[in-house]
Design a protein around this ligand. Structure first.
Ligand code: ASP
Length: 318
């Protein structure tokens, strides 16, 4: 049993590959990546660190894992370039930071936190974000660092579809993905962070919901912390993560009811899909998704770790 009261939940994106294509090895590798990220966040939280530290550590672990569409392993845009978005929010102070369309930052969530803590700004984009990283000594990499064969194949497929050479179905896994984390620390503070390569074959300069506070990421002490994944443009139009907090704060909805209403009613009504992870002030976790699957996991207040991609979750004590 945990005695910290800390809780963390993560996602590795709603762009989950179909079960038949993933295979047993792919399934186990994805679950291992989720466990590693949960434990990276949990190690901080159980040592008394802040929710902010917990979500940053978990997202860094997912960014470093080439299986997920963020940091290393990010998708390509239409020019064959990786452009990375990330954000982080502290529910205690409502401070937030974000970067968009970075081409060099190794761990975009680290840069997002630095924007929050070291500038008077909230969101830096493009060359300005990369120059900020250089000035602050934040680790940067050449584009080749972010490349993976899997994303190269996804780009080739998307390009062929665009040119009318391929009219086959395109899966969520080929199109997009994101990583994110939400946490409640032992003092009851909430935080959320999200990071992504965005959508495969997106236009250069396209920015989705991930670095938009109130869309892909939101945290407010006493209410909830939310990190989203899915059709970014729709999540922005719905102000999805803030909408969940608003339903809880103003309507008195429970966390799961609020999260499901936003996903299955509001997002769905606009033709979007995806998922999210959320934690509330009481440490309840919600991880709904409307896609075929969602890489996700949580360590609850009882010290039980749960990970899964499809309907079933594998649970074990930490
Ligand atoms: N929401 C992300 C974006 O639109 C993509 C995803 O989560 O799959 O950039």
């Amino acid at each position: 049993m945990s005695d910290t009261g800390a809780v963390i939940a993560i996602h590795g994106g709603a762009g989950a590959i179909q079960r038949e294509k993933l295979g047993p090895d792919g399934y186990e590798a994805a679950l291992a990546g989720l466990r590693e990220a949960l434990l990276a966040g949990w190690a901080r939280l159980s040592a008394g660190a802040s929710a902010l530290d917990g979500v940053e550590a978990a997202v860094m672990s997912l960014e470093d894992n080439p299986l997920f569409n963020a940091g290393r392993g990010a998708c390509f845009n239409a020019d064959g370039i990786h452009e990375l978005d990330a954000s982080i929010m502290d529910g205690k102070t409502l401070a937030a930071g974000a970067i968009a369309a970075s081409r060099t930052i190794r761990n975009p969530v680290v840069a997002a936190r630095a924007v929050m803590e070291r500038t008077g700004h909230l969101l830096l984009s493009g060359d300005g974000a990369d120059a900020f990283a250089t000035a602050e000594g934040i680790a940067q990499e050449p584009q080749s660092y972010f490349h993976t064969e899997r994303q190269q194949r996804n780009l080739a497929k998307a390009r062929a579809r665009h040119l009318g050479e391929d009219s086959g179905p395109v899966s969520d896994a080929e199109r997009h993905g994101t990583v994110g984390a939400v946490a409640r620390d032992r003092h009851g503070n909430l935080a959320a962070a999200t990071s992504t390569g965005g959508m495969t074959y997106k236009r250069p300069g396209r920015v989705g919901d991930t670095p938009i506070i109130g869309a892909g990421t939101y945290a407010r002490n006493g209410v909830c912390a939310v990190s989203c994944t899915g059709s970014g443009e729709v999540f922005i139009r719905v102000c999805a993560s803030h909408e969940i907090a608003a339903r809880i704060a103003y309507r008195g909805d429970g966390l799961d009811a609020a999260a499901r209403a936003v996903l299955f009613e509001e997002i769905d009504a606009l033709g979007g899909n995806g998922g999210l992870v959320a934690v509330d002030a009481a440490g309840m976790v919600s991880m709904p998704y409307s896609s075929a699957g969602m890489y996700r996991g949580a360590i609850d207040a009882n010290g039980m770790m749960h990970v899964g991609i499809y309907e079933e979750l594998v649970s074990e004590p930490v």
